[in-house]
Ligand binder design. Structure first.
Ligand SMILES: C[S@@+](CC[C@H](N)C(=O)[O-])C[C@H]1O[C@@H](n2cnc3c(N)ncnc32)[C@H](O)[C@@H]1O
Length: 194
């Protein structure tokens, strides 16, 4: 006896495969990356100053630093601009250092340090996002930014652009060894597709 595949099976399988892919494609990309997306170097002090100035923070807003390192951006933002700040840091020792510095500065009510992976983090609470990662990391992160961020959220990236996004402002900043580094300011448009 020969086994026959019913004729309708092929089109039904194609439709099911397409539907599965469509659902998957709408999700932020969270699986296909290596978790450590950037080195540990902290932003130089004058770059922190310029990034925060470009972000135009208003009191009561919330800043997220994705890969917050030792927490220097979080602390400067909370002290100078009276904003809330959330830092996500994947390295255990850096997350601990950041939390200790926050405590020492008496800013526990304003700053939350999360030991975790920013690719697995809901970013919808942010008014401002700061980044010092790498161009490939920004590219990996972009679908999550587009998925979570609300219109008019500002994203400030030190040294590396976000591929596919057009900055509304750029500035130059002197690096540690006299090299010039760019800072990119982006604003999430009204029309971004969710
Ligand atoms: C270049 S440092 C920037 C630190 C800080 N934002 C600053 O500007 O001083 C990048 C940080 O991102 C962290 N990092 C890398 N991949 C991460 C991930 N997937 N989730 C959370 N943190 C990550 C690294 O451990 C490192 O501390």
């Amino acid at each position: 006896m020969r086994f026959r595949v019913p004729r309708y099976c092929i089109p039904v399988s194609i439709v099911l495969l397409n539907a599965t892919f469509a659902v998957y494609a709408q999700r932020p990309r969270v699986e296909d990356y290596s978790k450590h997306l950037a080195p540990r170097t902290g932003s130089p002090e004058h770059a922190v100053d310029k990034m925060l100035e470009m972000a135009s923070l208003k009191p009561g807003e919330t800043l997220y630093d994705l890969g917050c390192g030792d927490g220097r951006i979080l602390i400067a933002a909370a002290q100078r601009y009276r904003v809330k700040a959330v830092g996500i840091e994947i390295s255990n020792d850096l997350a601990r250092t950041a939390a200790e510095k926050v405590k020492k500065a008496g800013l526990e009510n304003a700053i939350k340090v999360v030991h975790g992976d920013f690719m697995q983090t809901d970013l919808s609470g942010a008014n401002v996002v700061t980044l010092y990662l790498a161009t490939t990391a920004n590219d990996t992160l972009r679908p999550n930014l587009e998925h979570y961020l609300r219109p008019n959220t500002r994203v400030v990236s030190y040294d590396y652009p976000i591929p596919g996004w057009k900055p509304v402002e750029t500035a130059e900043s002197q690096g540690r060894h006299g090299a010039t580094h760019m800072i990119y300011l982006y604003e999430v448009p009204d029309s971004i597709k969710k």
